[in-house]
Design a protein around this ligand. Structure first.
Ligand SMILES: [Zn+2]
Length: 204
């Protein structure tokens, strides 16, 4: 792609590094920005830089947050004794969209997958066990993708939690085995939460 300006080319290259954005789309976006008022483009750039520099993980649940605790952990209206364990922040967003869950979360940051070299130590499992040991949790709901790796992760954490009085459940399998939580429709996801089942019934 022959561009008349090195700066334009640099901007196109940066955009095309984003997932799902090819060179042509990148050029279209860059030319769109070029037509905007400079202040608007500045605000656009600043929003991205601030998002990167000023957000971090919630100290308690590893959700994305602007302060030490995320808005969910800091909310006194949410049930702090019920913790929904998810793989990524995208799953938190998906479950929040259902507006059916009033507890808090724990974001693992992935699932156990030996083939990909991901063991329990690379995930936020230890902080979850600490939260559970604190005694303030009465129920842990696993909302992991229904895959072998997801089930292995549940099994591992469940074993680590024993002995305990915490009710351990997993969302019902309205979601196809091998399916992705993020892509489930809100109704299916909401129903899976309502019909969660004890982890012992899960066959690993
Ligand atoms: Zn949090």
């Amino acid at each position: 792609m022959q561009l008349p300006s090195a700066l334009l080319e640099q901007a196109v290259n940066e955009f095309s590094k984003l997932p799902g954005i090819g060179k042509k789309t990148a050029l279209r976006l860059v030319l769109h920005l070029l037509k905007q008022e400079p202040e608007k483009v500045e605000a656009f750039g600043e929003a991205i830089v601030r998002m990167r520099n000023e957000t971090h993980f919630c100290q308690r649940c590893f959700n994305i947050s602007d302060s030490l605790l995320c808005t969910i952990c800091a909310n006194p209206m949410r049930r702090q004794d019920t913790v929904c364990v998810v793989e990524t922040i995208r799953d938190v967003i998906a479950i929040e969209s259902t507006q059916q869950f009033n507890g808090t979360y724990h974001v693992l940051g992935g699932i156990i997958s030996p083939l990909d070299g991901i063991g329990p130590d690379q995930l936020h499992i230890e902080p979850l066990l600490k939260r559970a040991a604190g005694g303030a949790i009465t129920e842990i709901i696993f909302a992991l993708n229904p895959t072998i790796q997801g089930d292995t992760t549940i099994y591992y954490i469940q074993k680590k939690l024993q002995p305990s009085h915490i009710r351990i459940t997993t969302i019902a399998r309205g979601i196809a085995f091998g399916g992705e939580l993020e892509y489930a429709d809100e109704m299916t996801l909401a129903r899976s939460l309502q019909h969660r089942m004890p982890v012992e019934q899960l066959k690993v």
